[in-house]
Design a protein around this ligand. Structure first.
Ligand SMILES: [Zn+2]
Length: 89
């Protein structure tokens, strides 16, 4: 078991990643509940900011951040304020 943080802005694709501990594929689109449980979510201005999940395979707790990067197709500085982002951490 462990605790990890993953910034979705740093990974390829649409938010899928492998559990840092056991390698299980975890996808935000997978709502089957087999791979992970959602422990907590944080929203601001109606947008998802942070999701804490727990891998069901190994029990690791993973904090997901960087959701705004997924929302913005044409990622631009005007839609991303670094100071605001840091305040969330
Ligand atoms: Zn795992």
């Amino acid at each position: 078991m462990g605790r990890f943080a993953i910034n979705l802005a740093d990974i390829e694709g649409e938010g899928e990643f492998s559990c840092p501990q056991c390698g299980e594929t975890i996808s935000p689109d997978d709502d089957s509940g087999k791979a992970y449980d959602v422990l907590a979510t944080e929203e601001a201005d109606g947008l998802l900011q942070k999701v804490t999940i727990k891998c069901k395979i190994c029990g690791s707790v993973i904090n997901l951040e960087g959701f705004e990067a997924l929302k913005e197709v044409g990622y631009s500085e005007s839609s991303f304020d670094t100071d605001d982002y840091l305040e969330l951490m």
